[in-house]
Design a protein around this ligand. Sequence first.
Ligand code: GLU
Length: 485
Amino acid sequence: MGEIRTRFAPSPTGYMHIGNLRTALWAYLVAKKDPNGKFLLRIEDTDQGRLVEGATDIIYQTMEQCGLKHDEGPDVGGPVGPYVQSERVKSGLYMDYAKKLIHRHGAHYCFCDQEMIDTQREIQEARGESFKYDDPCKNISIEEAEERIKNGESFVVRQTIPTSGTTSFHDEVFGTITVENETLDESILIKSDGFPTYNFANVVDDHLMGITDVVRGMEYLSSAPKYNLIYEAFDWDIPRYIHCPPVMKDEHNKLSKRNGDASFQDLVAKGYLPEAILNYIAMLGWSPENNQEIFTLEELVKAFNVKHIGTSGAIFDPVKLKSINGLWLRGMDIDTYYELVKPYIDKAVKGDFDKKRIAEIIQPRVETLAEIEEMLDFFDTFPSYENELYINKKMKTDETIALESLKASYEVLEGINQWEEPILHDELMKLPEKLEKKNGQILFPLRLAISGKQFTPGGAIEIAGILGKEETLRRLKLSIEQLEK
Ligand code: GLU
């Protein structure tokens, strides 16, 4: 058996859709499961009307950010190039194969007016009938057709489908599917401008590029029988098909940028790590054998198994993504993590505080990098807050208890000369016993009194440590005054 070869074949039409990225990832995993497997990138730009400038760069960039390194592709080359379809068109390759297919009775020249066909289609579909075009051009001999083309007549190449019988194909996810040939329409393979349609280019390219496993979206499942008829007409090996269930926004709608759903780029801009996004989307429609949740790309390669891809659409859950992102952040070693969060901390905190310590205290709490700014907004400026926040059932505090506790804390803190967290801790922890209070009755009011916030990353001692003695005492004094009023 030869090596496994898969490809990611995006059309450069803009942002990187989450569903597309998941397809790319799965195609990568299928290839890399084989130690000699190859993962190819092919740019499908034959639908010139849909091209968006810069979209190819987004594809390269995304693949790079995600570590989905392709072994062959437009930028890195390879033995079966060119890897951009518009360049392949220039070589006349698709037209050559179309002619071969015509001679093998798998296709025919068609001179019908496309507008007329479209009108017929509309009429029939409006009647609720499924459209089937009975093309009179099938009766024209190849010689006559070529003569008409020589004379400048405009034409397309259309697939010829047998009028009876059935076609079966096997999909690794959806099983074996059999369709009646009469339900398949004779799609255009080469357009009048000489460009191939996806229906033709995908078969020719996958064959010429030696693709063994075709991993792609489920929207192509219903056309797969037509592609098989083309493979059969050429007498080519049919690849293994792995059609991927869709990524859904909810039960009824697909996730799509058009509906305002986030693209990969949007998620990165919102503070998600590419590794975490990849980790999460790998599991959209695929489930590992154990209940492991955090996977690096290498671990995914080992764990991934096409057999465990489900057939129903997988709902993209932003809450789950967020929690996985949080787990990734918490799992990082402090130096790598600090490097990553430092720019966000620098943006949020201008004062001269120990940024590394800030990074440490937020590590157990931060879920996306974009949250950091808001989490840390109390360092530079002491926010105003209502005394009511001292009333807290769980902490067993109210304004009276808080005032008593804060005054005692002030006294203790004022006496500390070596402003270090362990010392702050030891001194403050003498208070509960002395005042016959619970720890929370000391620490909760203190944290609120120096941060102005009900929820903070880090506890009272950590925050006091970072703020420094002078700023801690200044804030504490203001808070005591506010409570005394
Ligand atoms: N260009 C097609 C798309 O972006 C590729 C489908 C395939 O992988 O065959 O949907």
